[in-house]
Write a protein that binds this ligand. Sequence first.
Ligand SMILES: [Zn+2]
Length: 241
Amino acid sequence: MIRKILQFRRPYTPPALTLSFDYERGLSGDDPTLADAGLDAVLAALARRKLRATFNCCAKLAEIAADRIRLIAAAGHEIGCHGYAHESPRDLTDADLRDMLRRSLDAFGGLSVRPVGFRSPQSHWDKRLMRELAAAGFRYSAEHDRASRPYVITRQPQVLMRFPVVTDDWDYIRNPAAPEVIARHTTYLRNAAAAKLPLALGYHPWVLAQDPQRIRDWESFVDLAIELQVPIAPFVDLLPS
Ligand SMILES: [Zn+2]
């Protein structure tokens, strides 16, 4: 019985590593030059290894930096929505929330990009956002979340999956004196590989680009995943059919 309930709430997700990048390019107060340098480095590293990732982009960038969004899409990566201009969904009224999603889809639509995933700026999500995402045709929400597997977060008005992002690169900023980010990610990776569980980790190209060593460490981390034979896939590839 319990197993049946779990299967209902947690459709099967293959064990895979998802590399999830938030690309704001100045809209979160980040340095756009660093964001672009980091994006270029990450795209090159992924291309060398023939890997695909998820890039959560602010929708406004489809209007003001269309070439950058096209570059990501043309390389075959998934584009998720990271708000229109990095606004906190929790601060929006219901009407403004719907407007933000419609505006975001219109902006991406101008480049023939249709995101099915949403990642909230600062992980500021609430139940209203989940409902509006499902209503707007999104299929998943990716947020900081301790769950060990993806699960269904709402069925109203249609199924919306939650992909948990267990940790990110924020300690590089929060605690730069002891940047043990990659060591922690490596522990998560080895544990997920041993337990055959999916794993998603969050990054910001501008954070990685602050120090060339961070990019090198991240590349070594990706190579370890390859060595451990952990498949690497964007969220969209892991959605139940
Ligand atoms: Zn952000």
